[in-house]
Design a protein around this ligand. Structure first.
Ligand code: ATP
Length: 249
């Protein structure tokens, strides 16, 4: 936790912590101003979900862990919000699954790419991809299409937290197995995902890591059993129901 003075007993602790980290991310040149708006959207959905991991999100996190462990080449895509909120947690997930970490920005500037890569290194990342940008995602305009050819370009499984809908669709069209973390079950990113994890990234990344550690010694058959039995439509419907049910406090 970065220099934080919010008491853990505060009823909205997690939400205040999230805001604090995003604000610090903007100050550090990691998160864009638009990232603040994205955070606000996410927070509204999280409030309606009761700010907790619903059962189907936990199942999705388990399926995501199994996909990451089964992958030939898995990449965790990191944008400005993800870097501000869960830098160390993403590094731990990469270590637990053997995935690469790649910085991938909607509003790409070299300064922000470098600031995020440095922030991830400060949190333990050894190799950070994304700076070469020698590959392209077909169907997107130039800046947004940039990826590393030996990173997302080559990956069969990609975790894209809080991804913009256009890019999520374009990655899915490339035939990649897409694991999406997004609090909005209706977003195009969640709708196009192989595995939509409708949960706050702050909770979802450590949950995927915990499942990955628990499944570390599982056989391919067992892992494939988990990925095959995951029902994305049911998970999206359950999340939508939870949100429509809302919270009453
Ligand atoms: P669409 O996919 O519908 O086109 P968009 O591309 O406009 O949406 P953005 O506002 O760029 O979406 O992306 C932000 C998405 O990330 C929103 O759907 C929001 O709910 C989600 N989000 C924001 N903060 C978090 C968070 N902390 N954890 C999980 N999801 C979040």
């Amino acid at each position: 936790m970065d220099d934080i003075e919010i008491p853990e007993s505060h009823p909205r602790y997690e939400s205040l912590l999230t805001r604090h980290r995003i604000e610090a991310g903007v100050e550090k040149g990691i998160t864009s101003q638009q990232g603040l708006i994205a955070q606000g959207r996410g927070e509204a959905y999280d409030y309606l979900l009761g700010e907790e991991t619903i059962d189907t999100a936990d199942e999705a996190a388990r399926a995501a862990a199994a996909h990451l462990l089964l992958a030939d080449h898995a990449v965790l895509s990191v944008n400005g919000n993800a870097a501000a909120l869960v830098p160390g947690e993403l590094v731990e997930l990469a270590e637990a699954t053997g995935a690469d970490v790649e910085v991938n920005l909607f509003n790409r500037t070299e300064e922000r790419m470098e600031a995020i890569a440095e922030h991830l290194r400060e949190h333990g990342a050894e190799d950070v991809l994304g700076l070469e940008a020698d590959g392209r995602i077909p169907g997107l305009d130039h800046e947004r299409a940039k990826v590393d050819a030996d990173g997302i370009g080559d990956a069969d499984v990609v975790l894209v937290p809080l991804e913009d809908g256009d890019r999520a669709e374009a990655l899915a069209a490339m035939g990649k197995t897409e694991l999406v973390i997004d609090l909005n079950p209706l977003s195009r990113s969640a709708q196009t995902a192989t595995v939509p994890i409708v949960d706050n990234i702050i909770r979802a990344v450590p949950t995927i890591t915990a499942h990955a550690r628990e499944l570390q010694d599982a056989s391919r058959d067992e892992l494939e059993g988990i990925t095959d039995s995951f029902d994305r439509e049911a998970a999206l419907a359950a999340a939508e129901d939870a949100i429509r049910g809302g919270r009453l406090d």
